[in-house]
Design a protein around this ligand. Structure first.
Ligand code: PEP
Ligand code: MN
Length: 331
């Protein structure tokens, strides 16, 4: 349930509502808006009796929330969320492009690719230091050394850094180096990791699992936000279907569907969806056309030698063309 306060409600009145919600055995989370403050009740299993809340001064009305997720829902937060990190605004009008290699392989590799993607207009550098690989024998990433390299990329280029935390053990150190912490598809339903991600001070990029419905993705985001971290960016990266022409099937319908029910920004990863660089530009254009707030694209200066995901990594020239093509689409 959402308790909507009057326009002129005071902070004391908001606190009185939260206190009453706690007396009822639930939690009240204030959702400040441009016009008025509302308080979202969480922790209730069924309908909440509203009469005592309606009797408190400053309360305008109570509205039932129909969805199982609450804090991520547009029912409780009608305005779209914009996540600001320095000059970069994710969820505002301009799509934000995050680009770089699948994995950080060396300082030279990371800095070379960072220069290229920056020149083309990317605002965020991606690169895994801890890699969740399907095979235990594949390159697992450089670990903390990779994070140190990412720190250098930020220092030299001014690009923001997005990189993945794969478990509890590396979340703290990733938080130290990253501007945005990625939770990968394989961990989307790692609920204890999601709870910890809800306690960090950095925005979280939450990727949709290849077997998750949109409601499951939104419930995963709810885990993070319910712990106090409201800065969540969703990412559609392709789901598993019977189609085997691409690595995964990019669910472009997820973007308008999510925008209808949630206020969170959503970006698209065309690289892991396609699995082949030939399709990445088309899928990127589709993503921007349907309203994605940004892209997460794999780029490598020498894809044939990449230690992971070389087949889906764009050549620098292709990335430059991709950026030009989406620039046309925005106008
Ligand atoms: C990645 O972005 O490097 C990655 C591993 O993606 P996903 O979790 O979507 O497979
Ligand atoms: Mn990859």
């Amino acid at each position: 349930m959402l308790v909507v306060m009057k326009n002129d409600a005071t902070e004391e009145q908001v606190q009185a509502v939260i206190k009453e919600i706690e007396n009822m055995g639930y939690r009240g989370v204030p959702m400040p808006g441009a016009q008025r403050t509302a308080i979202c009740i969480i922790g209730n299993q069924g309908p909440v009796e509203s009469s005592t809340l309606l009797a408190i001064d400053g309360v305008q009305e109570t509205i039932p929330v129909t969805k199982p997720y609450k804090l991520v829902s547009r029912e409780t937060h009608t305005e779209s969320t914009v996540i600001s990190i320095g000059e970069v605004r994710i969820g505002a009008k301009e799509p934000v492009v995050m680009a770089g290699p699948c994995a950080v392989e060396s300082e030279e590799q990371a800095l070379t690719i960072a220069d290229i993607v920056k020149k083309c207009g990317a605002k965020v550098f991606r690169g895994g230091a801890f890699k969740p690989r399907t095979s235990p024998y594949s390159f697992q990433g450089l670990g903390e050394e990779g994070l140190r390299i990412l720190g250098k990329v930020r220092e030299k280029t001014g690009l923001l850094i997005v990189t993945e935390a794969t478990d509890h053990a590396n979340l703290d150190v990733v938080e130290k180096y990253a501007d945005i912490i990625q939770i990968g598809a394989r961990n989307m339903q790692n609920y204890s990791l999601l709870r910890l991600a809800g306690q960090v001070s950095k925005p979280i990029l939450l990727k949709r699992s290849f077997a998750a419905t949109i409601d499951e993705l939104l419930m995963a985001a709810e885990y993070i936000i319910s712990e106090g971290n409201s800065q969540v960016i969703l990412c559609e990266r392709g789901i598993r279907t019977f189609s085997d022409n691409t690595r995964n099937t990019l669910d472009l319908s997820a973007i308008p569907s999510i925008k209808e029910v949630s206020h969170l920004p959503i970006i698209v990863d065309p690289s892991h969806a396609a699995g082949r660089r030939e399709y990445v530009t088309s899928l990127s254009k589709g993503a921007i056309a349907v309203g994605a707030d940004g892209l997460l694209v794999e780029v490598h200066h020498d894809p044939s030698r990449a230690l992971s995901d070389g087949m889906q990594s764009l050549y620098p020239q292709q990335f430059e063309e991709l950026m030009e093509e989406i620039e046309h689409l925005r106008h």
